[in-house]
Ligand binder design. Structure first.
Ligand SMILES: Nc1ncnc2c1ncn2[C@@H]1O[C@H](COP(=O)(O)OP(=O)(O)OP(=O)(O)O)[C@@H](O)[C@H]1O
Ligand SMILES: [Mg+2]
Length: 275
């Protein structure tokens, strides 16, 4: 068993009862429950957000769906989409913060591709929010040129209609950011941020909200915001995530609802032609 597998097992063992049904396990009682059916949506009543062009080349370069052709990666995102979708539906949860122990482990890539994969389901509408206020990346991963984003909203220089974009991916709306904000956790705790959450939650049809966040260990942003989401998705990277970081994260995660762990950059492959 590798160091990472051992560490994941430790995180799972110490997390709360819901966390114990992590993606790495196959015994999730939540997934066995019948998922509630989404109400049918009248397409004429769906709010149209600002249109923005995403750059197919940038998306391909950054491994963003649907420009990904690697079959193993596509399969991985479908499995992640289905398991997360089942868990959210079974618990009537709607919001997830994507984080990890340190930087560069694939949090943003996972948040984006999970959002797109969820929105590929014709019954699922998604908001993807760039909540890494010190290193916003979502706009550049899509190659989107946007005038204003979340930072402008948080400082009171933009309104909701100015910062929610539709990058021509059906059922996906993106709240990007182009303005770096220092004292980010203060902004996350601000009334303006709560106003944004209320507005997104009040949208019809109801949407799953995926927040791309900074690393758990490098600031207090995740600690500040975690109580306001339904669950956390941890991204760890095989060969990059240190055991000490996982141990430290385990202590912090004990207080939070960990709904899954994604093992990114896994070297494991199943080369069978079917699976
Ligand atoms: N599974 C993967 N295969 C190939 N490249 C990957 C993979 N996961 C991430 N990357 C690349 O690694 C880099 C870092 O990924 P990403 O920005 O998603 O990490 P992050 O955890 O959000 O980093 P940060 O903490 O800086 O926000 C990017 O260039 C991304 O394209
Ligand atoms: Mg990131």
């Amino acid at each position: 068993m590798s160091l990472i597998e051992t560490a994941i097992k430790k995180i799972q063992a110490s997390a709360n009862a819901q966390a114990q049904t992590s993606l790495a396990t196959n015994n999730a009682p939540a997934a066995r429950k019948a998922a509630p059916k989404f109400e049918p949506v009248d397409p004429t009543k769906i709010r149209q957000f600002r249109r923005v062009s995403a750059d197919a080349e940038a998306m391909e370069r950054n491994c963003i769906l649907p420009q990904v052709t690697d079959q193993a990666a596509l399969r991985g995102y479908k499995i992640l989409r289905t398991r997360i979708g089942q868990r959210l539906a079974a618990n009537n949860w709607r919001s997830i913060a994507v984080t990890g122990t340190e930087s560069g482990q694939g949090k943003t890539l996972t948040a984006i591709n999970l959002s797109i994969a969820l929105a590929q389901d014709p019954n699922t509408y998604v908001f993807l929010v760039d909540l890494d206020l010190q290193r916003p990346q979502i706009a550049s991963y899509f190659g989107m040129k946007v005038e204003r984003g979340l930072g402008d909203y948080l400082v009171g220089e933009a309104e909701l209609d100015d910062i929610v974009y539709n990058p021509s991916i059906e059922r996906l709306a993106v709240v990007p950011n182009t303005r770096v904000l220092e004292h980010s956790s203060d902004f996350l705790a601000s009334p303006r941020m709560m106003e944004l959450e209320s507005s997104l939650n009040a949208e019809s049809p109801k949407r799953i909200i995926i927040y791309d966040m900074p690393p758990l260990l490098l600031s207090d942003d995740v600690l500040t915001f975690a109580p306001r989401v339904d669950g956390l998705l941890m991204v760890i990277s095989e060969g990059h995530t240190a055991r000490a970081s996982l141990e430290r994260s385990k202590e912090l995660l004990a207080e939070m609802n960990l709904i899954g762990v994604v093992l990114n950059r896994s070297s494991e492959h199943n080369d069978s032609p079917y699976y």
